[in-house]
Design a protein. Sequence first.
Length: 65
Amino acid sequence: MRYIAVIFWSIMLGQVAGFIGGALNQQKFNSTYSIIISIVFAIIFSVIPLILDSSVKDTKTEKNA
């Protein structure tokens, strides 16, 4: 459920950021690109803590051994 909420909010905030960024650059707003980019970043930022958590656990077990 947590990952669904992360993807939902990243899409919403990505749309807002894409709209504001398009307005500041005086370009046409493209919602498809905004959705794709925000989903990619949501997946990246959801996977990074899992990778870092596993590396921290590995270093702790090496120090205790």
